[in-house]
Design a binder for this molecule. Structure first.
Ligand SMILES: O=C(O)CCC(=O)C(=O)O
Length: 313
């Protein structure tokens, strides 16, 4: 017994609690994926559900949003057509173009063999141009996100990026072009908005809904590197689930419960998209900074959202 205790202590000392915890969570994730088709792992989903339900209890949304949200969460994906003014999209797009053209400091570029294959800008909360980007958060978009959450939400980040064609056609994972889940919380949702007209040739996002994700996981999907037994199923989804739509077309999905990937633009084409990440929150907060740091637009939106909050049953 004494030996066993000292062996275990020695093992923990050698490998560290963190490593053991990581191994254990990875094993749990793989088992959950194989047995019940949840790629994020049962425990992560339980955690996500508990957090979301807690906020839904203390900051509930109106009944009509609640029932809409149940459907969205069941499917894992919701499309929003014509919820955003094209003029607003054009302003965001030219802001992005201007920053790329002037090599703005915030640009993050990805290179393959010396060529730029992706350029991205995260608009931080202190960014003076953030209000321009925030105009995508129209009443319809805010309502759709509140429905999805079943409660209020706070924005985690606003990012715009443009992907170009890949010379190997997308065999290597360069900009999340292999099937994956994000490895983030399951109560996190993403809103994507096309900054341009997107056809399947432009490489729209390809998203498996929750039913398809479960099937792919049960078929043996392992990771973005190893599709294992799910290879042929994912080939079918590649063709079937590519999202295309006109400028301003938007969609919400749960990046940890739905397998997804970036489509790869055909040579000579590119695709530009805005992504907004959100998490459930007590108050609706499009800009998590304190009020005194808030832009004028942020304050107006906050007033609008607290007005919405007052109307909650
Ligand atoms: O660029 C895309 O369409 C997908 C990006 C993606 O996979 C992600 O945000 O996790």
């Amino acid at each position: 017994m004494k030996n066993l205790v000292s062996d275990v202590t020695h093992f923990f000392r050698l490998h560290g609690f963190r490593t053991i915890f990581l191994l254990w969570t990875e094993a749990e994730r793989r088992l959950s994926a194989k047995l019940i088709g949840i790629p994020a792992g049962f425990l992560e989903q339980l955690h996500g559900n508990l957090v979301r339900s807690y906020f839904a209890m203390i900051a509930p949304v109106p009944k009509n949003l609640k029932s809409r949200g149940r459907e969205i969460r069941k499917n894992g994906l919701e499309v929003l057509e014509k919820s955003i003014d094209i003029g607003a999209i054009d302003k965001i797009y030219s802001l992005f173009e201007h920053r790329v053209a002037t090599s703005h400091l915030a640009i993050n570029k990805t290179f393959v063999a010396g060529n730029v294959v992706s350029e991205a800008i995260e608009f931080g909360f202190a960014d003076p141009d953030l209000p321009v980007v925030q105009t995508v958060m129209t009443e319809q978009v805010v309502d759709a996100l509140r429905a999805t959450m079943g409660t209020n939400f706070q924005v985690v980040s606003y990012t715009v990026w443009r992907n170009f064609a890949l010379t190997d056609g997308g065999q290597q994972d360069v900009y999340s072009n292999r099937w994956h889940v994000d490895g983030a919380r399951t109560d996190e949702y993403k809103l994507f908005v096309f900054m341009q007209d997107v056809t399947p040739e432009h490489g729209g996002t390809i998203i498996a809904n929750r039913v398809d994700t479960r099937e792919v996981c049960r078929a043996g999907y392992l990771s973005r590197k190893h599709y294992a037994g799910a290879e042929s199923m994912l080939k079918v989804l590649d063709e079937r689930s590519s999202i295309a739509g006109p400028k301003g077309y938007a969609y919400i999905f749960t990046p940890n419960l739905c397998l997804h990937r970036a489509g790869v633009p055909k040579p000579g084409l590119s695709r530009t998209v805005l992504m907004v990440r959100v998490l459930p929150h007590r108050c609706l907060d499009l800009n998590p900074r304190r009020d005194e740091h808030m832009s004028k637009l942020g304050r107006v939106i906050k007033k609008f959202t607290s007005y919405l909050g007052h109307n909650d049953p």
